[in-house]
Write a protein that binds this ligand. Structure first.
Ligand code: ADP
Ligand code: MG
Length: 276
């Protein structure tokens, strides 16, 4: 199973859109996907048409130890391959409630270890901060995906984020690797977007040799173009593949999923060559 946290402490860069639509595109290729909504704003849950209702346990109950992931997982309508552990505003309280607990960063990892793991992909949509919720995600997963907006400040704030990932990989989760960087909301006909692409490419190239958690980082070739359909889909509670299967947005997330799937065979090939 691959476990991937989608993080960026900035809001509005495409974390949720990418988590949801990548999950849908991976499922379209036959992978079983579980999406954990770690943002109290619950955008990923809503995007899949799921609301935390009544007494049904959510991510909050999971982190407080009152429910297992299995109990909190909900099926996505019309897709047997995807399930979601939804969140709601209660999750904002978890951040405060857990603040004083010993080992608070390890809770989610422990919950995942109790799971039977009937999935190929576990995707964690993180909130726009580097607080306890994001730390729980970083301790629980093996991989980090980083969505960036081609903005002239795209790389601003990145050093803090990467330092956090590095500290977690050194102290709490030695298997953690940054494995994917993607550009979202790309305007192909602006010079700025092309320039930012080059900057990002150079930045990651230069950093690769110096840091362990970087050495498998892939700057995905797929650019997620700005597409209004992607912004409309959440209000219908559908992924882009259901809402507008022929849109550029659907094509881009399918292409991204193909690159993500290609990493599986690359990783397998590396294992084989190391064993030889
Ligand atoms: P984050 O989770 O990082 O805060 P979102 O994925 O919620 O960011 O995206 C922020 C807003 O931009 C949302 O309204 C979303 O629908 C919209 N959006 C995301 N990606 C695209 C895109 N490629 N084209 C157009 N709108 C997009
Ligand atoms: Mg979000």
């Amino acid at each position: 199973m691959r476990s991937i946290a989608v993080i960026n402490q900035k809001g509005g860069v495409g974390k949720t859109t990418s988590s949801v639509n990548l999950a849908a595109a991976l499922a379209e290729s036959g992978r079983r996907v579980c999406l954990l909504d770690l943002d109290p704003q619950a955008h990923a849950s809503l995007h899949f048409g799921i609301t935390a209702h009544g007494d049904a346990p959510t991510m909050y109950e999971v982190l407080c130890g009152n429910a297992s992931l299995e109990q909190a997982r909900q099926p996505v309508d019309g897709n047997d391959l995807i399930s979601v552990v939804p969140s709601n505003l209660d999750l904002a309280a978890a951040e405060l409630e857990l603040a004083g607990e010993v080992g608070r960063e390890m809770i989610l990892r422990d919950r995942l270890e109790e799971e039977q793991e009937p999935f190929d992909y576990l995707i964690l949509d993180c909130p726009p901060s580097l607080g306890v919720l994001t730390l729980n995600a970083l301790v629980a997963v093996r991989e980090v995906f980083l969505p960036l907006q081609p903005h002239f400040l795209a790389l601003h704030g990145l050093s803090k984020l990467l330092r956090t990932v590095e500290v977690v990989s050194r102290r709490l989760n030695s298997r953690l690797r940054l494995t994917g960087v993607m550009l979202c909301m790309y305007d192909s006909n602006t010079r700025l977007a092309a320039e930012v692409s080059t900057d990002v490419d150079e930045f990651f190239h230069a950093s690769k040799s110096s840091r362990d958690f970087f050495n498998q980082a892939k700057f995905f070739e797929t650019r997620i173009r700005r597409n209004i359909r992607l912004a409309e889909a959440p209000s219908f509670g559908q992924s882009i593949l259901q809402y507008a299967p022929d849109s550029n947005g659907a094509a881009d997330y399918r292409a991204l999923a193909a690159e993500v799937l290609a990493q599986e065979s690359a990783a397998a090939a590396e294992l084989i060559s190391r064993a030889a």
